[in-house]
Design a protein. Structure first.
Ligand SMILES: [Zn+2]
Ligand SMILES: [Zn+2]
Length: 340
């Protein structure tokens, strides 16, 4: 079987029924063209698939882009006139905790299509030499489910004088990413939405929609947000917890020195009022708290002198066991009473 005898099934290629109307065919073409456009699809077969989809569309619509006239194809045009509003875009913007707290300028890539500059959006270019028709392979005839038909891509001539543009694979559009700088005010909470007028989709007439960016916070290994409170668990030397004194507290924007009251050790929680997530616009009045759970850390690798010091301290404290170790003392009292 030669190539030109292979069954050409444009309905099958576009995944539409035999009796599909023009609107359905256009929709199917747009959907498949979007998926297989070589600009978007890294699959090495994408360009070939795209050409096949293109040929099927041209065949069924009788509106070939690769014809003598070379009329611009409007396959991507939704009939969206100037009166029709441009579509909005929806996306997410991920921020580090510190960026969200302080506010930041963040580059954001907007994916968009624009007319191909090689073919001026027509999808086809004039050839200096005629070329074999890609659908009928020069025979001028095509075998379809209805039998042998005259190829109407080339008008039965078997050759064409225009070819699809290689830059845009005949789509007339190329993907042109645009990086914009997004200003994020201080203290925006995850889930809040930035509305950026003019950064939505663009219509042919130049109207633009709105870009809606939902703020997300990147996973932070240490800090957790609860409303505007920031929660963190921090290890602290058990000796410092007992003795109190100056302590460096880990805050999201850098360490803070505080005066630690001496005392209770286990599960100790410190609430630093207003040192959490700032309010809207960075307002400190509406800021949450920084809630630090202090986790007792035991000293390790003591040398002899350090052990002697601790031992002396222990002996001293045990002399007033009821005063310094009430729980321990109560336990011994109960034990001794039960053994009597
Ligand atoms: Zn082009
Ligand atoms: Zn042909």
């Amino acid at each position: 079987m030669t190539v030109s005898e292979r069954l050409f099934d444009p309905h099958g290629i576009l995944e539409v029924a035999e009796d599909a109307d023009l609107a359905t065919i256009r929709r199917a073409f747009r959907r498949l063209a979007m998926r297989w456009h070589p600009d978007r699809n890294p699959d090495p077969d994408a360009a070939a698939r795209f050409r096949e989809i293109r040929a099927a569309f041209d065949w069924l619509t009788g509106d070939p882009a690769v014809d003598e006239a070379g009329d611009a194809d409007d396959a991507f045009d939704d009939g969206a006139g100037a009166a029709q509003a441009a579509a909005d875009r929806y996306d997410e913007l991920e921020l580090e905790l510190a960026e969200a707290m302080l506010g930041c300028d963040k580059p954001f890539v907007i994916r968009r299509q624009r007319p191909c500059d090689v073919c001026d959006g027509s999808g086809s270019v004039a050839l200096t030499h005629t070329r074999l028709c890609a659908v009928c392979h020069g025979s001028g005839k095509v075998r379809t489910t209805h039998g042998l038909e005259k190829c109407h891509i080339c008008g039965g001539r078997g050759y064409v004088q225009r070819a699809e543009c290689e830059r845009c694979a005949g789509s007339g559009e190329i993907v042109a990413d645009r990086t914009v700088n997004i200003h994020v005010g201080a203290g925006m909470l995850p889930g809040e939405v930035l509305r950026l007028k003019g950064l939505g989709h663009e219509t042919a007439s130049g109207a633009t929609g709105t870009l809606f960016l939902t703020i997300r916070l990147a996973e932070d290994g240490l800090f957790r947000l609860a409303g505007r409170d920031i929660l963190v668990t921090q290890p602290v030397s058990v000796l410092r917890l007992i003795a109190g004194g100056r302590l460096s507290i880990a805050a999201p924007l850098g360490p803070m020195l505080i005066d630690l009251e001496p005392g209770q050790v286990a599960g100790r929680e410190m609430r630093l009022s207003g040192k959490g997530y700032p309010g809207r616009g960075g307002s400190l009045d509406d800021a949450g708290d920084l809630v630090v759970t202090l986790e007792a850390s035991l000293p390790a690798a003591l040398d002899d002198a350090q052990r002697r010091t601790l031992s002396r301290l222990e002996d001293q404290l045990q002399r007033d066991r009821a005063g310094h170790f009430p729980a321990l003392d109560a336990w011994w009292q109960a034990y001794l009473a039960s053994r009597r």
